[in-house]
Design a protein around this ligand. Structure first.
Ligand SMILES: [Zn+2]
Length: 303
């Protein structure tokens, strides 16, 4: 497994647990590198179900089972949610998948991203599922920052930090750097302060990320808007401070004139989930972004 995802304590630990048939029923994988956590989940699904000929804890990458994991069509692993948003229907889908029995001898992974955004209600429902697992089921909950995960969840799972080796992380940093994230927030901040026009902001968001397609860029843009809203709330002290991230825009965000009605913000974030769906369905990404930004502007006041 470590060949596939790099050698980190979480990889070694999961591999050892798999080999000795002592996997815990649920893990919280924590780290800012979403790709590393997903790669580890895929490697575990392969190693747990590979039909190839190799040593314990390894996988062949060529058998039908391994290839299905790579193609996203394996019945033994499903990934739910998003790293920036929680949608209620995702919780329903996760619970219904988790209740399906596995074929004997199979390892089935239910992966949930964005556990940082669980509400009490969502956490209760997920915990109920986790605590009465169907045999062969293992749950992987993914978090960017364990301090943002509700204590009820933290106390019931095995927590592991996932990070790539320093060199791998440095290579990735070029592609998706924290500076890029800051730059996106900066654009939104200027928009919220009414210093930049709507069309200019849409244009910037669509060019900002290093993705190739307009659709992917628009998705990244929406995720940045979700991050932006969270950062504003955090800067206002409505959400506990985020360790390990220092956004240069944070002090500025505290001064944006938002109408911070909690219910309104919640509704806005729910809408974002809907909009992400639209983008996936290929509705004009530029139009989707424009509408979301208009909504954002309606929440700001200017003296
Ligand atoms: Zn295989």
């Amino acid at each position: 497994m470590s060949d596939a995802v790099g050698d980190c304590p979480a990889t070694r630990c999961l591999e050892a647990a798999l080999v000795s048939n002592r996997l815990a029923h649920a893990y919280l994988l924590v780290g800012r590198d979403e790709g590393a956590k997903l790669a580890l989940a895929a490697a575990l699904a392969k190693a747990g179900n590979c039909r190839g000929d190799h040593g314990p804890g390894e996988f062949c990458d060529t058998c039908p089972s391994c290839r299905q994991v790579d193609a996203g069509g394996s019945a033994n692993i499903r990934i739910f949610g998003d790293s920036a948003i929680l949608r209620i229907d995702t919780v329903d889908q996760f619970i219904s998948y988790a209740s399906v029995k596995t074929a004997s001898g199979c390892l089935k992974l239910s992966v949930f991203r964005g556990v940082d955004f669980f509400t009490d209600v969502a956490a209760d429902r997920v915990l109920k599922t986790i605590e009465e697992p169907v045999s062969g089921n293992v749950f992987l909950l993914l978090s960017q920052n364990s301090r943002r995960v509700l204590p009820t969840i933290r106390s019931r799972v095995q927590i592991m930090k996932v990070e790539r080796s320093t060199q791998e992380a440095a290579d990735l940093q070029d592609a998706t750097s924290a500076t890029g994230e800051d730059a996106c927030l900066e654009v939104l901040l200027e928009f919220a302060k009414a210093n930049v026009s709507l069309s200019e902001t849409v244009g910037r968001l669509l060019r900002m990320s290093s993705q190739n397609s307009l659709r992917d860029n628009a998705t990244a843009g929406l995720q940045t808007i979700a991050l932006f809203m969270n950062s504003v709330l955090r800067a206002r002290g409505k959400v506990s401070p985020l360790a390990g991230i220092s956004l240069s825009t944070e002090p500025e965000l505290a001064r944006v004139n938002f109408v911070l009605d909690e219910s309104r913000v919640g509704l806005f974030l729910d809408h974002l989930g809907e909009r992400l769906k639209h983008i996936e369905q290929n509705v004009n990404p530029e139009l989707v972004l424009t509408n979301v930004l208009l909504e954002l502007r309606r929440m700001t006041t200017h003296e």
